[in-house]
Design a protein around this ligand. Structure first.
Ligand SMILES: Nc1ncnc2c1ncn2[C@@H]1O[C@H](COP(=O)(O)OP(=O)(O)O)[C@@H](O)[C@H]1O
Ligand SMILES: [Mg+2]
Length: 285
């Protein structure tokens, strides 16, 4: 299993999992979630499986990696602790989950939220429709979360594309935080109409019907086979789900069967009466 080694803690990140930004020996920076995070051990398994499945659907997600955090680094870094209600405990050493920061954090500004007007400048806004397909499928019980940044021509890992005009480009959205897919540590699927939506409904502005979701539904139906699910699950370090293979197997079986329910789940959001998809009008008979 490929793995990177963390060499330095950079800073603490916001959020309930108490992740840390860490520099690693491959030259990259990763947002690292620890096995003893305050949410649940399985958050790490969800992140690894969830991010990889989203990538298979063609959605914009960070690269993921198993990050080895040495005991010595934790002992030397006073900030590498999990804060509890009362007191604190050191972050656990060993294999942790890493979500790659999309550049050099000293030079690339990453935002958690954009004001509504700037959402218009997001070049891949259509991906939020694809993400709803994904979040309904996996029953993400947290709101959809994304980060936004401006691509610049000098990005080291932009996949080779630094076309002229890049520096003047708009924002790119990248989907993050897969910890609450499959309902966090529960691995059940408590579906509800408004679950999995992005809080700014403007991102669905261009959606006028089910057609907007079909490209991702097609990938889900055609590409996510039982074999693919098994291959992706095999990438998860077993200590992230306590070696409970049976539970993982059941999770995969349910995911496989749920692929056929996505249209119905999206319709329940649209018909909820809250109009989360503002331009997809409910036609009254
Ligand atoms: N790959 C990434 N690149 C840049 N920033 C990230 C990345 N992943 C997470 N973050 C940042 O770290 C914060 C915490 O990550 P998140 O996955 O939301 O954890 P939590 O489960 O604690 O909410 C996010 O709000 C975001 O700002
Ligand atoms: Mg979060």
């Amino acid at each position: 299993m490929p793995m990177v080694l963390s060499v330095e803690q950079v800073r603490r990140m916001r959020g309930g999992a108490q992740a840390h930004l860490m520099r690693c020996d491959d030259g990259g920076y990763y947002v690292v979630k620890f096995q003893n995070n305050p949410q649940h051990l399985r958050i790490l398994a969800n992140e690894m499986l969830g991010t990889r499945l989203a990538a298979l659907l063609g959605l914009p997600v960070p690269r993921t990696e198993v990050v080895e955090v040495p005991r010595g680094l934790i002992e030397l870094t006073a900030d590498l602790v999990i804060q509890l209600g009362v007191g604190r405990t050191p972050c656990r050493a060993g294999k942790q989950f890493g979500s790659r920061f999309p550049g050099d954090p000293a030079r690339l500004t990453v935002q958690d939220f954009l004001p509504d007007e700037q959402l218009r400048e997001v070049e891949n806004l259509g991906d939020f429709a694809g993400m709803l397909v994904y979040d309904k499928w996996t029953c993400n019980t947290n709101g959809r979360q994304a980060i936004f940044f401006r691509e610049s021509g000098d990005r080291a890992e932009a996949g080779g594309s630094s076309e002229a005009g890049d520096s003047a480009s708009g924002y790119t959205a990248m989907m993050i935080d897969f910890g609450f897919c499959f309902n966090a540590g529960e691995w059940d699927f408590p579906d509800a109409p408004l679950r999995g939506l992005y809080s700014r409904h403007r991102v669905y502005e261009r959606v006028a019907g089910m057609e907007a979701f079909e490209p991702w539904i097609a990938r889900l139906e055609n590409q996510i086979t039982e074999r693919v699910l098994g291959e992706e699950a095999a990438q998860i370090p077993p200590e992230w789900y306590d070696g409970d293979w049976n539970a993982l197997e059941r999770l995969l079986e349910r995911l496989y069967r749920r692929r056929e329910r996505v249209r119905e789940l999206i319709l329940s959001a649209r018909n909820s009466g809250r109009e989360p998809i503002p331009n997809w009008k409910v036609k009254h008979a």
